[in-house]
Design a protein. Structure first.
Length: 238
């Protein structure tokens, strides 16, 4: 799982950089649309949607943009038909990758993905070629502090499945249904939550060959840079 936690931290840092460049609103809107489509438009009962809306507000995304994305996900808006598509494949060094996209043009999205995979020596695969290597999990990243033991106990009491240290962070994994309770519990215990999300987490991780590690990171970031891409999951231990 530590492979995922490191990649999740890189993505969080990239998201902060993207906000500074003013290019993150499209991806936030896509994430809201997907959350509303999969769990319904009410953030009071759809925790994934609530989390995504919180991230959008923290990024100062206009309220109208948020509401428009929710309507698109719930089917109320018909101006821009969008489809959620999942792609799978292998990247440099043989790493497994699952890519979630929201697109109004599947041919364009598939073509852009194929270009990136080919450029870095990877290849797209068929359905479930690598998806079976991942499980949907809750993921909470908190800043490590003097209350580390109290935070861990609070997380476990709230239903956490695993707690690991990763640099200056403490990573808490949960079942999807326990994510809300665990996030609230660690916050109440005095933790600063850096990130909380539902994510595809690899059941096992692999370390790419040493001479491929920089290429692997560049490949994953190139996928994240594509406008239609909402999430990239990998089993690479970065």
């Amino acid at each position: 799982m530590s492979g995922h936690s490191k990649w999740a931290q890189i993505k969080r840092q990239k998201g902060t950089a993207d906000l500074k460049k003013g290019i993150a609103f499209t991806k936030l809107a896509n994430a809201i649309t997907i959350a509303a489509r999969e769990g319904g438009p009410d953030p009071a009962i759809n925790f994934r949607l609530r989390l995504t809306i919180e991230k959008a507000r923290a990024a100062n995304m206009p309220k109208d943009n948020v509401e428009r994305a929710i309507k698109r996900g719930s089917g109320e808006a018909t101006d821009r038909p969008m489809a959620t598509v999942t792609y799978e494949g292998y990247g440099p060094g043989g790493i497994a990758v699952v890519v979630e996209a929201l697109t109004d043009n599947r041919h364009r999205t598939a073509g852009e993905l194929r270009r990136v995979f080919t450029e870095y020596g990877g290849r797209l695969g068929h359905t479930n070629s690598v998806r079976w290597m991942f499980a949907r999990r809750g993921f909470v990243e908190v800043k490590r502090n003097a209350n580390r033991e109290a935070v861990e106990l609070a997380a476990i009491d709230a239903g956490a499945a695993d707690v690991v240290e990763e640099g200056d962070s403490v990573i808490v994994y949960t079942s999807p249904t326990a994510l809300a309770a665990v996030r609230d519990a660690v916050t109440a215990a005095g933790a600063e939550v850096l990130n909380a999300e539902l994510a595809l987490v690899p059941t096992t991780v692999m370390a790419p060959p040493a001479d491929q590690r920089e290429k692997v990171t560049d490949f994953l970031l190139a996928l994240e840079d594509l406008q239609d891409i909402n999430d990239v999951a990998t089993n690479a231990a970065i």
